[in-house]
Design a protein around this ligand. Structure first.
Ligand SMILES: NC(=O)c1ccc[n+]([C@@H]2O[C@H](COP(=O)([O-])OP(=O)(O)OC[C@H]3O[C@@H](n4cnc5c(N)ncnc54)[C@H](OP(=O)(O)O)[C@@H]3O)[C@@H](O)[C@H]2O)c1
Length: 321
């Protein structure tokens, strides 16, 4: 495993972060523990979760279950891991119980700490950019959370570069804790972050922790366009999110990409899964891709990427595709 620091913080993190979004729904607690054990044995020290997980529950009654699963596993070893969680998702039928308002965030951090069974998180992230709440209110609330010691640093996910720049400027102007990291969707076939988010992250010395590094499993080359999957990320098993994932990745050009990229992987004698994660690790802007797995054996090829160096010729071939 390789290690680095997250942005300009003093958090030392593994260059592979483990995502937990399936824990409690697609992945039962025993299997989740096996995944966490396997990642930890491979040197992973960085874990990403969120208050709203698991993804794809039919109702809100089980929001928070993933944090509970992670918290139970962490018992007795909390200090060995950098724990990142998120706030903003709807947590109950109360329409106020979501977003970036001060009231919600102060409740949300306490809920996360209770479920994770810890008294602090290392990185507290806005899950998305809440346009309905003034940025200043959100940033002041996050600052209170840092000042109280409940979170060491703050970050943000699913935000555009302009709004991120605005948030950083507000924090600087008011002397508040500023975002230290950004969590964009970023992978071989979805590279929007390269246009302006990654350059901004570089200028501002922010950590970058991409989610969906395998395009939800699409980049493992396990799917065929003619076969509708019965289980997993692109199936009805995860409810309305399956439609979102199919809209994101299930198209002819993505299938063509996978077919061609597989040939590059074959020539390198690695799986496409390993190649896709290694490609993200080759990007200087990227701190740590957040890899996901619903079964422990899925993790092997993602973890192997930490030992694979891609040369300029391979990177050029992938750009070409
Ligand atoms: N901020 C956000 O809005 C946001 C959004 C999404 C994710 N995240 C975070 O990022 C983490 C990772 O995201 P992600 O799960 O979308 O990452 P991903 O790595 O793109 O997809 C993971 C999925 O790919 C499939 N997979 C992985 N390895 C495989 C293998 N070797 N063979 C076959 N299939 C394999 C599995 O799908 P199946 O489960 O279908 O088998 C697995 O659940 C999440 O857990 C979460 O912490 C954040």
């Amino acid at each position: 495993m390789q290690y680095t620091t997250l942005g300009n913080t003093d958090l030392e993190v593994s260059r592979i972060c483990l995502g937990t979004m399936t824990f409690g729904k697609q992945t039962g607690e025993d299997e989740a523990s096996r995944i966490l054990d396997a990642a930890s044995s491979a040197g992973v020290t960085f874990i990403d979760t969120a208050d709203g997980y698991p993804m794809g529950m039919p109702d809100l009654s089980r929001a928070g279950l993933t944090e509970k699963v992670v918290g139970r596993w962490l018992k007795g070893k909390r200090d060995r891991f950098i724990i990142a969680t998120k706030a903003g998702a709807q947590m109950s039928d109360d329409p106020e119980d979501q977003g970036g308002s001060r009231k919600h965030l102060l409740d949300a951090i306490d809920g996360s700490l209770r479920r994770l069974d810890t008294d602090y998180v290392d990185l507290y992230q806005m899950h998305f950019d809440d346009l309905a709440t003034p940025l200043e209110e959100t940033l002041r609330a996050l600052d209170e959370i840092v000042t109280s010691g409940k979170a060491r640093y703050i970050g943000v996910s699913n935000i555009g570069a302009e709004r991120l720049a605005e948030a950083l400027a507000i924090s600087d102007r008011l002397g508040l804790a500023r975002y230290v990291s950004v969590q964009p969707r970023y992978n071989l076939i979805y590279r929007d972050a390269e246009r302006d988010l990654l350059p901004l992250a570089k200028t501002e010395h922010l950590g970058v922790i991409p989610y969906n590094p395998l395009a939800g499993g699409f980049l493992t080359n396990r799917y065929r366009s003619s076969d509708a999957p019965a289980t997993g990320r692109f199936s009805a098993e995860i409810g309305r999110f399956a439609t979102m994932y199919r809209e994101r990745y299930w198209n002819d050009s993505a299938f063509r990409f996978v077919e061609r990229a597989q040939r590059i992987a074959d020539n390198l004698n690695v799986t496409l899964t390993t190649l896709a994660i290694a490609w993200l690790l080759s990007k200087p802007a990227v701190t740590a891709p957040i890899v996901g797995a619903s079964k422990v054996e899925q993790l092997t090829d993602s973890l192997k990427a930490a030992d694979v160096q891609l040369d300029a010729g391979i990177l050029a071939q992938l750009d070409e595709l």
